[in-house]
Design a protein around this ligand. Structure first.
Ligand SMILES: [Zn+2]
Ligand SMILES: [Zn+2]
Length: 302
């Protein structure tokens, strides 16, 4: 007998995670943002086994995020670059980098992010698209959008799981490991939308009990969540400061998902910024000059 597949809320985050909710994919994207183009350079920067790099590049190409560069005079693939869909993950990369700088492992004199427009070393600022005020997860209300629906909780299987943690990912390694774990991201999605009980999260995500317990423990260990009260069958969890600060990463993912995967009738969720009262999306700004950070607006300086 096969168990009925549970229904879960549709959400752009879910769909986006099918593509980018994978640590090797995120490490490859980070390498591309750092200017790696050739296969060997990408493999070296990410520290991933070559077979994993090849398989993930193939997947990124199939999903339209990455394009092969034209063949060189001697034939063969000369490298890879982002297609438009990949370029639009830029806010996600900036928000992951920001979180890493604030909450990840302290980088030993890592490179500085510089805004080309004003030349200042910056930490990108997540802001409300309507009022450009700084964004705090606790200031955002949400309501169902026209594209909200229910879908079966089926998950595509990963063809080559990565058992060992790759050595790469120097810029946003810890953030990439959280973002790359779809289960952990779905737990965070529940907490950000006010579901804090074990049973509620399980119902929303369709996760098996043991998988959910495991991810909750992992998020506690990473410092993003903490138990709220005694450990009982109805255990509750709350976001920590590091957890609340992961919200812009989730929003960047949702925004990208809305852009590329939302249903024709519109986004599944609409956000309102309480301080200004307007519907909003995530804007990423330069904190020094206030300009929006368009793709390629920044460079890394050693
Ligand atoms: Zn606002
Ligand atoms: Zn600037």
């Amino acid at each position: 007998m096969t168990a009925a597949v549970p229904l879960v809320r549709t959400c752009s985050i879910w769909r986006a995670l099918e593509v980018v909710g994978d640590t090797p994919v995120l490490l490859i994207a980070e390498a591309l943002w750092q200017g790696a183009r050739r296969f060997t350079g990408i493999a070296r920067t990410t520290g991933l086994p070559r077979a994993v790099v090849a398989q993930r590049l193939q997947r990124l190409e199939a999903h339209g995020l990455v394009r092969r560069l034209p063949e060189g005079p001697e034939g063969g693939c000369t490298g890879y670059r982002f297609a438009r869909k990949g370029v639009e993950t830029y806010p996600l990369a900036l928000m992951a980098l920001r979180w890493e700088r604030l909450w990840g492992a302290p980088a030993a004199g890592g490179p500085q992010l510089v805004h080309r427009g004003c030349g200042q070393a910056i930490l990108p600022l997540p802001a409300c698209s309507a009022c450009h005020g700084p964004l705090d997860a606790r200031d955002v209300d949400f309501r169902p959008g026209p594209g909200l629906g229910w879908m079966p909780a089926t998950y595509s299987r990963r063809r080559s799981p990565v058992a060992a943690q790759p050595a790469g990912g120097q810029l946003a390694g810890a953030a990439a490991r959280i973002l790359g774990d779809r289960w952990a991201m779905l737990v965070l999605r529940s907490l950000f939308t006010g579901t804090s009980r074990f049973g509620g999260i399980r119902a929303e995500t369709g996760m098996a009990t043991n998988v959910l317990s495991d991810r909750l423990a992992a998020l506690v260990a990473r410092g993003l969540i903490a138990p709220a009260g005694p450990k009982t069958p109805g255990s509750r969890y709350r976001l920590t400061e590091a957890g609340f600060d992961f919200y812009p990463v989730v929003l960047a993912l949702m925004d990208w998902g809305d852009r590329w995967y939302a249903a024709d009738d519109g986004p599944p969720v609409i956000l309102t910024h309480r301080p200004c009262g307007h519907d909003m999306r995530l804007s990423v700004l330069c904190p020094a000059c206030g300009a929006p950070l368009a793709p390629d607006a920044t460079l890394l300086r050693a």
